[in-house]
Design a protein around this ligand. Structure first.
Ligand code: SF4
Length: 345
């Protein structure tokens, strides 16, 4: 949800990703469109296999172009990343668009000091001395809240806690002052107590560096307090997409209702969570009609046959892909309405 045309960093139109396999074509991402502005956090939410991570790998140019059919447009500051020569794309990747992955331990080399790995990231795109690169690594480690950064930079990854390793990965992503930070499940591998600190750090970094953040997660709770816009994905498609306040106060899609029903909250602490029954479909043969219909408690005649388009039911509503009547969306959405901290006023 771009807030201003001037500040738009990323404009994705009709992104579609297909993987041909010996069993058939995997329809990983279908017709995904969104935009991201400076200072904005876009939460991309869905279960495993919803296409959220593949969308970001396509944006980063990290999918093998020989083995993947990618179409649509991914405009980054006016340049379509899908048609850029590999060398130009490599220049943008890691420099202008950086990524933080789920498991920092898997991303850091166990045999090199943390500071040396960040310093190496500095010299990958900048012609600076080793000492200057090391100084920048220490400065960034300090910036992301590593205590005694000067000495801790000499530690190996196993000497860091999980939260510190993720802070180090965020430091590495910031090395070249990127415009966009893509965080793919950045807190999933961390203890609950550390998760909130990392989300807070990402928000701080967004404000200080004036960047746009894409926060990919399976957990609506992770984006609840931080995202400005939320895109809910299922089976490679967008189910609903709108300002975060609307998605939490008036969710319009049964899949989002299911995610909210299964999300722990203070009010629901003493009541049972309601999981979404069944599992996501195989993307080799997604169901016809609405992809969510086999699991949807609200399905009716058109759902297994007609695919609902992603449209706004009313001008003041955000787009959703569901056949239900507006009255029912309002009624059922109101039952799951969540007021976020800071939105109450
Ligand atoms: Fe459920 Fe039908 Fe809406 Fe799909 S279109 S989410 S099956 S009610």
């Amino acid at each position: 949800m771009s807030t201003s045309h001037d500040g738009t960093l990323l404009d994705v139109r009709g992104l579609t990703v297909r993987f041909p396999t010996s069993d058939g074509v995997v329809q990983a991402v279908s017709d995904v469109s969104f935009s991201l502005s400076r200072g904005e956090t876009l939460g991309v939410v869905g279960e495993s296999g919803s296409g959220k991570s593949v969308s970001n790998l396509a944006i980063m140019g990290l999918l093998n172009r020989q083995r993947t059919a990618i179409s649509g447009q991914v405009e980054f500051m006016g340049r379509d990343l899908l048609t850029l020569p590999p060398d130009d794309l490599r220049h943008i990747r890691g420099k202008d668009i950086a990524m933080v992955f789920q498991d920092p331990f898997a991303c850091l080399h166990p045999m090199y000091r943390v500071g040396a790995q960040i310093a190496e990231a500095v010299t990958a795109h900048q012609d600076v001395s080793k000492d200057a690169a090391w100084a920048r690594a220490v400065e960034l480690l300090d910036h992301v809240g590593i205590p005694n950064a000067k000495s801790r930079a000499r530690d190996y990854p196993h000497q860091f806690s999980g939260g510190m390793r993720q802070r180090a990965m965020i430091a590495m992503a910031l090395v070249h002052n990127p415009s966009i930070l893509i965080c793919d499940e950045p807190t999933t591998a961390l203890d609950v107590t550390v998760q909130a600190q990392i989300i807070e750090l990402i928000e701080e970094v967004k404000r200080e560096f004036d960047i746009g953040v894409i926060l990919v997660t399976h957990d609506l709770g992770v984006v609840a307090e931080t995202a400005n816009a939320v895109m809910v994905m299922y089976a490679g498609r967008i189910m609903e997409y709108g300002p975060a306040r609307q998605i939490f106060e008036q969710p319009q899609h049964p899949y989002t209702w299911g995610l909210l029903d299964s999300m722990p909250s203070i009010e629901r602490r003493l009541t049972a969570l309601v999981p979404i029954e069944g599992s996501p479909p195989s993307l080799l043969a997604p169901p016809p009609g609405c992809p969510f219909h086999p699991r949807c408690r609200y399905r009716f005649e058109p759902c297994p046959v007609d695919r609902p388009p992603l449209v706004s039911p009313l001008p003041e509503a955000h787009p959703d892909a569901c056949h239900l009547a507006w009255d029912e969306k309002v009624r059922e959405g109101a039952k799951r309405s969540v007021t976020r901290l800071g939105d109450a006023a």
